[in-house]
Write a protein that binds this ligand. Sequence first.
Ligand code: ZN
Length: 101
Amino acid sequence: MKLKKGDNVLVISGKDRGRKGKIIEALPGEGKIVVEGINIHKKHRRAKRQGQKGEVIGIASPIAASNVKLVCPKCVQSARIGYRVIPEKKYRVCKQCGEEV
Ligand SMILES: [Zn+2]
């Protein structure tokens, strides 16, 4: 998986298509990521004490990593990402501007 926590991504399919967000969790084992503000599922939380109101909270659910594109911080476009490999290090590079991302 080319994506990691902290990356900014653009959603390219699904109900949140066209929206951008930051990856708050990467799940490489499942090929999924959790993106801030994307794929929000509402959860009802019951009141814990009497007199307290139950509340609805939005929780970002994982989406397939293939549904997003990494946004290049340099050219601020959704970028096609490649790898540049030098001994002992693997870089991700933007195919548009050639910058490391
Ligand atoms: Zn770029």
